[in-house]
Design a binder for this molecule. Structure first.
Ligand code: XLS
Ligand code: MG
Length: 344
């Protein structure tokens, strides 16, 4: 039985083009416009940060936050769009300059935890089944500024508070090795899964793999997928691409390396990814040069590439490949993959 995949993206994936060296190149668009584009392009769900769901969250009362979350839920229902994940944005506030859960300031650590609990309440209101923790500033700029052992304990403590706050919520940790930090405390999927095992309920803590983050760690995303799936922990996925060890590029899926993309899909296929309702998200950004009228293309194209490569993965001659493997003829296996991808 071959599975069907369901796709999503987040409002931040329709970004305006600013980078550290220049201002936006496209005007800001409303959330409603983004939701409409998502529906029109036939995607199934939307991802959220807590403040994508409720903007300016830190300056609103709890009652106001919940009211806006309920209004968002009605909007999503009307559009027939699900909420896939909600992620606390713990890297923007003045309270998270030195990190969220691992800040050296106890007041700031408390802020990060309280904001995460509010994020869980918002997720429940909009029926988002999964909390994602991209641990953006949980790391160090210089090694001596933080105690690494203590930081791991702070992370466990924070996740435990979330698990205790809601007995049903599931949490997926999204590792990334660097940017904005010099070194992040949870750089790979192995670290994420090990961290899960230290919490009070490891069955409710899993992981999310982003292709570019694995590449930035010098790893093959397909191997990361297989590792997470072997542990039963791949609960969400951010496909994109990355041209080597540079800044985080969030290129369209397959844009840099079709073969690496092909192998990610083979890994998803052999692990039955999606059979438990998991989504495929494209955490991609438009090139800065993109015009307003082409603003959706990086998402539409990523899905198109995914579906084309899915056909390629399913049409791959496994019998022939197995015969070459049995003969230890990896030379011809290599060429067989290239020929297959080139259409012969
Ligand atoms: C940034 C992350 C971010 C998360 C969600 O590098 O990929 O987009 O997916 O917080
Ligand atoms: Mg991501």
């Amino acid at each position: 039985m071959q599975g069907k995949y369901r796709f999503c993206f987040g409002p931040w994936n329709l970004s305006e083009g600013q980078d550290p060296y220049g201002p936006p190149t496209r005007p800001v668009q409303s959330f409603d416009w983004k939701l409409e584009q998502l529906s029109k392009a036939g995607f199934d769900a939307m991802m959220f940060h807590d403040d994508d769901a409720v903007p300016d969250i830190d300056n609103k009362s709890r009652a106001q936050i919940m009211k806006e979350a309920r209004a968002l839920k009605r909007k999503l229902d009307n559009a027939g769009v699900e909420a896939e994940i909600v992620a606390p944005r713990l890297w923007f506030s003045p309270m998270t300059i030195d990190g969220g859960y691992t800040s050296n300031d106890p007041k700031c650590r408390r802020y990060a935890i309280e904001r995460s609990l509010t994020c869980i309440d918002i997720a429940n209101e909009i029926d988002g089944k999964l909390i994602v923790l991209w641990l953006a500033r949980e790391g160090s700029y210089i090694r001596e500024s933080k105690n690494g052992r203590r930081s791991v304990e702070f992370l466990v403590e924070a996740i435990n508070k979330m698990l205790a706050h809601d007995k049903k919520i599931r949490i997926a940790i999204e590792p990334k090795p660097n940017e904005p930090m010099d070194h992040a405390y949870i750089p790979t999927i192995g670290h994420a899964i090990a961290l899960a095992s230290l919490t009070i309920d490891p069955t409710r803590v899993g992981a999310l793999i982003e292709s570019a983050h694995a590449i930035l760690a010098g790893l093959d995303p397909a191997d990361e997928i297989d590792f997470a799936c072997a542990c039963g922990k791949l609960w969400s996925l951010h496909l994109n691409d990355q041209n080597g060890l540079k800044f985080d590029q969030d290129k369209p899926f397959g844009s840099n390396n079709l073969r690496v993309a092909f192998n990610q899909i083979r890994a998803l296929e052999r692990n039955g990814y999606g059979k438990n309702g998991e989504f495929v998200a494209f955490d991609v950004h438009p090139f800065r040069t993109t015009k307003v009228e082409h603003w959706m293309q990086h998402l539409v194209n990523s899905r198109r590439t995914f579906l084309r490569l899915l056909e390629k993965a399913r049409a791959f001659d496994e019998k022939k490949a197995q015969a070459l493997i049995a003969d230890r003829n990896y030379q011809d296996l290599d060429q067989m993959v290239l020929d297959h991808l080139m259409g012969r």
